[in-house]
Design a protein around this ligand. Structure first.
Ligand code: DGY
Length: 330
């Protein structure tokens, strides 16, 4: 029976909703800096910890786990977990968790905001005003693309993709989706969506929005060839993971007019951007803020903390990615 509180290394100051819980139930050691720990710093913090609470900036792989032999649970404050080597964790008897569900609407809001911003050139307009370059109303000024009644293609029709489809209903859009798994006929009817092969979606859509996790099969899903299949007037929106797009190919496509524009919240090598991207006027670039609302970030932190606490209470963490790790003798 455990008498002392488990030691948890938390890799950043997270919202109070999660921190308070952790501080009540565990001995929380919070990385105090406003930047991600380096790999060495992560290993140093993890070394004597029983659990880790990480952000998507921390890569937790076999080497980190080997350097932190006491760690039994790693809780990501993110739904995406491409920063985790789940197979290595299972092998080491370490359970990993994420934060599904609580950020769907917030991320769908951001995807739709990016879509509107890109289509109607809001960021360019903002720059024009701030630089004092606006010299009055012009009939040919900042013409953009209509969102209402346009065709929207959703790549990856999970919870967030469906949230975007729901928002598109209010704009009278025709909505196509591409996903390995078809939605039920009830969902397709309710959201007025039609499943089509990816190539057809790319060819027919005025807006293509990406909502697929980063997996070996989705890396560079959007590359030079797929960009060629899109309409020259189309815009590409990405709030999923950067490496789903070949970013160098996208810069080329935006430069040459292969597509009209892009709205990006995520990048292939964060926090860096592909050379040339930031110089383009037809791209809206945000710093990975899909889930960044006060309420949602609070829920994510609380969920991660609850997973850790459940584990040390001898329960299966509600959002375990590899519950089989719990049954593995260590
Ligand atoms: C996630 O949760 O995976 C987002 O990218 C950050 O909220």
């Amino acid at each position: 029976m455990r008498h002392s509180k488990p030691r948890v290394f938390v890799t950043r100051v997270i919202p109070d909703a999660g921190l308070t819980l952790l501080e009540k139930h565990t001995d929380a050691d919070v990385w105090p800096h406003d930047r991600a720990p380096t790999r060495e710093e992560l290993v140093r913090g993890a070394k004597n910890a029983d659990a880790l609470v990480t952000l998507l900036t921390e890569k937790v792989d076999a080497d980190v786990l080997a350097a932190a032999p006491r760690v039994r649970i790693v809780a990501n404050v993110a739904v995406g977990f491409d920063n985790f080597d789940v197979a290595a964790a299972t092998k080491a008897g370490v359970v990993m968790t994420n934060t599904p569900g609580v950020l769907d609407d917030t991320t769908a809001d951001l995807a739709f905001a990016l879509l509107l911003c890109t289509a109607r050139r809001l960021a360019e307009g903002d720059r024009l005003m701030r630089t004092g370059a606006w010299d009055g109303w012009g009939i040919m000024q900042l013409l953009g693309h209509d969102v209402h009644h346009a065709t929207l293609g959703i790549v990856g029709f999970g919870r967030i993709g469906r949230g975007v489809a729901r928002r598109a209903l209010g704009f009278d859009m025709t909505v196509l989706y591409a996903d390995e798994f078809p939605a039920s006929p009830e969902v397709e009817r309710e959201l007025h969506v039609t499943r089509v092969p990816l190539d057809e979606l790319l060819a027919r859509s005025d807006f293509v929005t990406l909502h697929t996790p980063l997996l070996p099969g989705t890396k560079h899903l959007i590359n030079a060839q797929s960009l060629e299949k899109m309409k020259r007037t189309a815009c590409l929106i990405n709030t999923s993971r950067g490496p789903v797009i070949d970013e160098a190919a996208l810069v080329q496509a935006l430069r040459s007019g292969t597509i009209a524009g892009a709205g990006l919240d995520v990048y292939e090598h964060e926090p860096k951007m592909a050379p040339g991207l930031a110089e383009l006027d037809n791209v809206v670039i945000l710093p990975h803020i899909g889930s960044a609302s006060y309420a949602t970030r609070g829920k994510m932190a609380q969920m991660a903390a609850s997973n850790v606490i459940a584990f040390f209470e001898g329960k299966t963490p509600p959002n375990a990615l590899n519950p089989e790790a719990l049954t593995r003798p260590t």
